[in-house]
Ligand binder design. Structure first.
Ligand code: ZN
Length: 213
């Protein structure tokens, strides 16, 4: 790690950070995980938010067996350890009907999930390009339709998302695609990332390119 700098700042790297965070990966899905050089401050800097994001994403309707098993193993255990965390995560849980099934809906702290995804994309981009972009515009399509979304808003969102969907992405292979996959594209002087967790939870992030160092 000679002369390596941190993925998130210009300090010398003294350790490695997993991206996505290690705790997203169940046992048996931890082969060749992606790491980036990191300073002490940016190593596990957001571990509380990481735990929150992992718990919420594995709870989501539609995550695959790997995500659901990980929820049973890890998220339930972290709720056992901390009833406060459980209450905070599902404070306003209420039944709603989705695709004919009754499921629990709760208000998410999307800013915390966005912060985790921002760090994740910063790290992936540093690894792929050596370019350090600390701030990304993060979009979480799975969480963008709330009960009070109007049809006009929904239509606007659909157009926006289909625009992202039409981009020609460069798919980056990962060794645990049931947990995490991603792809990137360079367009109009900027970058777009498309991340997918547990084959269900999608993240888009975009940022203008910074000048090369
Ligand atoms: Zn740093």
């Amino acid at each position: 790690m000679n002369n390596a700098t941190c993925y998130a700042c210009d300090q010398p790297a003294t350790t490695k950070e997993h991206t996505p965070p290690y705790s997203f990966f169940p046992e048996g899905q931890r082969l060749n995980l992606i790491t980036v050089p990191s300073c002490e401050a940016h190593n596990n800097a957001n571990s509380k938010d990481v735990e929150y994001a992992r718990n919420v994403i594995t709870t989501m309707f539609g995550t695959n067996d790997v995500g659901q098993q990980h929820f049973a193993d890890k998220a339930l255990r972290s709720f056992d350890r901390s009833p406060k965390l459980l209450n905070m995560t599902f404070a306003d849980i209420r039944p709603v009907t989705l695709h004919g099934q009754t499921v629990g809906a709760f208000t998410m702290q999307t800013d915390r999930i966005e912060a985790v995804m921002n760090a994740c994309v910063t790290a992936l981009h540093f690894r792929d390009t050596n370019e350090r972009i600390p701030n990304w515009e993060v979009i979480l399509p799975n969480l963008s339709f709330q009960g009070d979304t109007t049809e006009a808003q929904a239509a606007g969102w659909s157009g926006f998302l289909s625009m992202f969907g039409q981009v020609q992405y460069n798919v980056k292979p990962t060794d645990s695609p049931d947990v995490f996959q991603y792809a990137m594209a360079q367009i109009l002087g900027g970058w777009i990332y498309n991340l997918c967790f547990y084959k269900a939870f999608t993240v888009f992030a975009f940022a203008p390119s910074v000048s090369p160092e």
